[in-house]
Design a protein around this ligand. Sequence first.
Ligand code: SAH
Length: 420
Amino acid sequence: MHAAMSRAWLIGAGPGDVELMTLKATRALAQADVVLVDDLVNPEVLQFARADALVVYVGKRGGHPSTPQAGIVAQMLEHLRAGRSVARLKGGDPFVFGRGGEEQEALHAAGISVDVINGITAGIAAPAAIGIPVTHRDHAQGVVFVTGHGAGSGEPDWAALVATRMTLVIYMGMRRLNEIVDALLAAGMSADTPCAAIESATRPEQRHALARLGEFADTVSRAGLGSPAIVVIGGVASLALARDAVKVGSESQRHARKTLTVGIGCRLHSSAEEIETAVRATLGSHSFDEISTIASVDLKAHETGLLEFCARHALPLKLFSREQIAAISVEDPSAATREHLGIDGVCEPCALLAAATESDAAHASISSMTPVASFAADTANARLLVRKTVHAGITVAIASTTARLACEHANNDTQEQDLP
Ligand code: SAH
C-alpha cells in the first residue's frame, strides 16, 4: 500500500540560528512532502525543504490562534495516510518542553512510527550565546531545566530546586518572572545570586540582561525583554559576557526599522495563508515588523488573498503598472523569478519600485502612482535581499532600502550584517 512508503519525523530545528540545525534534520527536511512548522522555528530553515513541499504554520504567533494539539496530530495522520511524508518541525529540541512526546504518543497510538531528530535546546544554546557554561564546576554540580509557565499545581517546587544549589535554566519564565523571583527569595536563595535573561538567542535580534536576583525582575522589565527568552539563575550567570548586554532604558532597539519592501507575484486565487507562508519563508530571520510595504502588479488589485494578507498585517499594498515594472531592470534575477517572469514578472521589480518610493518620504503616499522616471533614479537606494519561491505559484522578493534610509536610521547594525 502506498501509505507504507510515507515517513514521519519529529525534528528539532534548534534555537534560531540555521547553522545550529543538525545535518540529520536538514536531510530529513529535504525528503518531506509536508512540513508542519511551530512558532519558534526560524523560517530560514525551510531552505532545506523541497521547493514543492507543502509548508503549514501551526504556531500561535503572527496573529493566528495556535492550532490545537489534536488538530496538528490529525493533520499529520491525514497526510501520512495519503502516502505523504511529514516533517514536524519544532524549535530547539522536540522533546524538551516541545510537546514532541505527546505527538509521538499519538502517532504510536495510530500505529505510525516516527523518527525523532534532536535539536539544540534553547536552555543550552541561549546561555552559551552569551558565554554562560551552565555546569561550570566552580559554580554548580549540575543544571535543572524547568518550566516557569505553570501556576498552582503546575508550579515547580522552587524551594526544593533552590536546595539543589544547581544552575536553574527556566523556559517560558518571562510572564511570571516576578512570582518566580519572589518564590526563590522566599526559599532562601541569596538576593546576590547572578541571573541572566536571554531573548531570541542565536538570532540577529538577540538581547540579554544581567542582574543580581534582588534586582533581576526590575532590570528585565526596564529592558523590555520578553518572549522567547531563557532565564539562567546561579553562579554561572556571573560568567556571562557583559559586552553586548541590554542597556536598561534603551527602548529604540525594540522598534524594528521598517526598511523592507516585499514584492509578491501570485497566481490568481492564491489564499492569504499561502501568501503568508511564502513571505514568512522568504523573510528568513527578518520579521514582519521590518516590512514597510507590499508591492505587486496592478492586475492584482482585486486578489482577495493578497488584500487579506495585507490587511492582516496592516501593511500598505502598492500596485504598479506593467509599464512601470518593465522599466525596472533587475540585475541577476533569481531562477525562480526568471521562471516567474513569464507569468507575471513582478516580484523583484515591484520590491525595488516600492523601496524606491519608501526611500523618498515625499512619495510615500500609498495609492499615488508616481511617474516611472522618478522611481528609476531612486532604485539605486534599494537592493534585493532575499529571494525564494516557496509555493508553486507564489514568488516573493524582498528589497531593502539602503543609502538614504540607512543614514536616517543611525547605528543600524543588523540590517547590513545579514545580507546574503
Ligand atoms: N523545544 C524548545 C522549547 C519550547 S518551549 C527547545 O528545546 O528549545 C518555548 C520556550 O523556549 C520559550 O518560552 C523560551 O523560554 C525558550 N526558547 C525557545 N527558543 C528560544 C530562543 N531562541 N531564545 C530564548 N529562548 C528560547
